[in-house]
Structure formats: structure tokens, C-alpha cells
Design a protein around this ligand. Sequence first.
Ligand SMILES: [Zn+2]
Length: 84
Amino acid sequence: MSCEHPLDIPPTHIILNGCGCALIRVSSDYCVYSYEKLVDHFHKHGSMTFEEARDWVNFNILDISIPNWPYIALDDEDAEETEE
Ligand SMILES: [Zn+2]
């Protein structure tokens, strides 16, 4: 099961294939995803428990450091930006 991304993401940006539902916004250099939404996505669509989904996201997405790799926002950061 995969969730589509909006079509207006620049081709230079790396996206997490099939994780469009977790995309929060697109900055000039990279895509920004919500950590909790990614975990939800893999829990729902990947037949994983929440714990397995967190491990998956930690190892396969958070730990990657290559240029323009998506930024993963933790919940606190989301809250700061939506309100205030
Ligand atoms: Zn999804």
C-alpha cells in the first residue's frame, strides 16, 4: 500500500516512496516528513506493530545522512510551527 505525494515536489528533492501521507511541507532543499505520521503509515500499511514501525523508521529513514535527504520532524517541532 502506498500513499501518493503531491505532484509539485521539485525533481531534485528526495522523497520517501509511498509515504506521501506523512509529508508535512517542502523546503527549498528537501522534503519534511512527520516522524509520527511515518510511524502511523508503516503501522497501517506495512502490517507492523507501532514498535516495529518506529524501529523501521529509525534505522531506514532517520539514520540516513546524504545530501537533500528528507528532514524528519518530531512532534514537538510540528507543534511549534502550527501554533503561536
Ligand atoms: Zn500512508
